[in-house]
Design a binder for this molecule. Structure first.
Ligand code: ZN
Length: 500
């Protein structure tokens, strides 16, 4: 079909613009000299504008009009149908927002970023409040413009977790909350806390780097199709076909943060490296959703990287680089990497407490979108929820409501992806265990490739062809089910904490 061919060619050109922007972006976050930032921002702005114009152009409108029809789609391959679905949705959503409104939003959020930074430094919510009020006002308008059936939150969630609704999230959160809060309490009151004094000390960066590279190689990260560099806030980025890069951050006083950071980003990178070559520059060459993407990083970081079998294999490598650990038994080390501690800060949270941080944010965001909450009420509401979920009250707003960058950028609906990532990871890992014989024994022997191959076949290869719910159903024969995570979490930590 001629129209389809031209559409694909057009989307390919958009993909190339994205690729150029990604490389400039990567450079901006790694090696750019300080004085290069201003000019770079302008170049990135120009590329973003070109990509935006291509997405909302009359030409694109014509493609969508001709292709996004049931009788046309019925005759397309699954991949082409998915391409039409994804591009039509992006096109409609971008067009739903008047350009002047969007421009005001971009100006507000770029100012808000530095104001948020200052407010966090000074622990002064009042500084940030007027900006956040404006941003909430924007996202409320966006939700109305995008449209929704039941809850304005759904309109925003769609960007991150297509097909999922606030109602779905509430159904997932309810059992999690009911069981995790008392379980955490029990762990802390009755459990035997792991020792971790042996993790204190200084760990040369060169050796840490070698450790992260060994982990990435074992996972099957392809260094001929990527590289690892250092940055302030680690991320993974796909520059283009055959080029998926990871970043990490080394702290000489902390042996584990770079290692688990690299494994986490490596999990993201395996996803992108595993996308089928025929999906390149089709708009389908990304993860099925943010939550699915996060599930792959969490699988490697937690279900593999913080498991006993992994350390049976990897501990000798760590001991070789850091001989002081020859005195520390494997079991002690394994327990130490699974230390549980309620803390104020989400990004430092462990596997048991992490999701509680997300529930709190979802509760507040959903309240804001539905106008049950106003911005000025956030600090006390935040602290109340912290007390309910984690038994802690932040000493100030820097360690509370001001800690995350997301709201200053207008990212409402983003946080649940982190929680879904944890849940999907447990659900998918159970499927992998059913289908890969002796998976855990293989991991203990350092054979990690069968897991990567399984993920590639079932998930990575498919890119965005399926939406997350459908993909989970395809692979695990059920939709999102929090019970997998709950069971995994309780079994593992009951044992680590020696609960009886
Ligand atoms: Zn991640």
């Amino acid at each position: 079909m001629e129209e389809l061919k031209r559409f694909k060619e057009y989307v390919r050109e958009m993909g190339k613009l994205g690729s150029a922007a990604a490389l400039l972006n990567w450079d901006q976050q790694t090696y750019i000299p300080k004085r290069g930032h201003e000019g770079r921002a302008e170049v990135l702005g120009k590329l973003a504008r070109l990509a935006f114009e291509m997405l909302v152009s009359p030409q694109m409108a014509e493609f969508i009009d001709k292709l996004d029809r049931p009788e046309v789609k019925a005759g397309l391959s699954e991949q082409d149908r998915a391409m039409v679905r994804v591009l039509a949705k992006e096109h409609r959503r971008r067009k739903a927002i008047p350009p002047e409104l969007y421009e005001q939003f971009v100006i507000t959020t770029s100012k808000a970023h530095s104001v948020w930074q200052e407010a966090r430094e000074k622990a002064d919510f009042a500084l940030f409040k007027p900006y956040l009020e404006k941003i909430v006002d924007f996202v409320r308008q966006f939700a109305e413009l995008y449209g929704y059936k039941e809850n304005p939150y759904d309109a925003l969630l769609e960007d991150y977790e297509p097909g999922l609704t606030a109602r779905d999230l509430k159904a997932i959160i309810e059992p999690l909350q009911r069981e995790l809060v008392p379980f955490l309490k029990r762990l802390l009151e009755e459990g035997e806390r792991p020792r971790r004094a042996f993790l204190r000390g200084t760990f040369p960066i060169k050796k840490q780097e070698e450790l992260t590279l060994r982990a990435l190689r074992a996972m099957g990260y392809d260094f001929e199709a990527g590289r690892q560099d250092t940055t302030a806030h680690p991320f993974t980025i796909t520059i283009g076909p055959g080029d998926v890069r990871v970043t990490t951050r080394f702290d000489p006083k902390d042996l584990l943060s770079a290692l688990f950071g690299s494994i986490h980003e490596g999990g993201h990178a395996l996803y992108d490296q595993g996308i089928a070559p025929e999906l390149r520059w089709t708009g389908l060459d990304d993860g099925a959703s943010m939550g699915l993407h996060e599930s792959q990083s969490r699988t490697w970081e937690n279900l593999v990287g913080r498991s006993r079998p992994f350390w049976e294999f990897f501990y000798p490598s760590l001991q070789e680089l850091f001989p002081r650990f020859r005195r520390v038994p494997l079991e002690d080390f394994y327990r130490a990497v699974n230390y549980v501690e309620p803390s104020f800060i989400r990004v430092e949270a462990d596997e048991v407490t992490y999701n509680l941080h997300i529930m709190l944010r979802f509760e507040l965001e959903e309240g804001l979108l539905n106008r049950r909450i106003e911005v000025e009420e956030l600090p006390p509401l935040w602290n109340d929820a912290m007390k309910r979920y984690l038994g802690l009250v932040p000493p100030d707003d820097a360690k509370g409501v001001l800690q995350d960058v997301h709201w200053s950028a207008g990212y409402f609906g983003y946080f649940p992806s982190y929680m879904l990532g944890n849940l999907y990871a447990a659900q998918l890992f159970n499927a992998a265990k059913r289908e890969i014989p002796d998976l855990e024994k293989k991991i203990a022997k350092g054979e990690l490739l069968p897991l990567r191959e399984w993920q590639r076949e079932k998930i990575h290869r498919l890119g965005k062809i399926s939406e997350p719910k459908e993909l989970l159903e395809r692979v695990t024969a059920e939709g999102p089910n929090p019970q997998h995570f709950l069971r995994y979490n309780k079994e593992k930590f009951s044992e680590v904490y020696r609960l009886h």
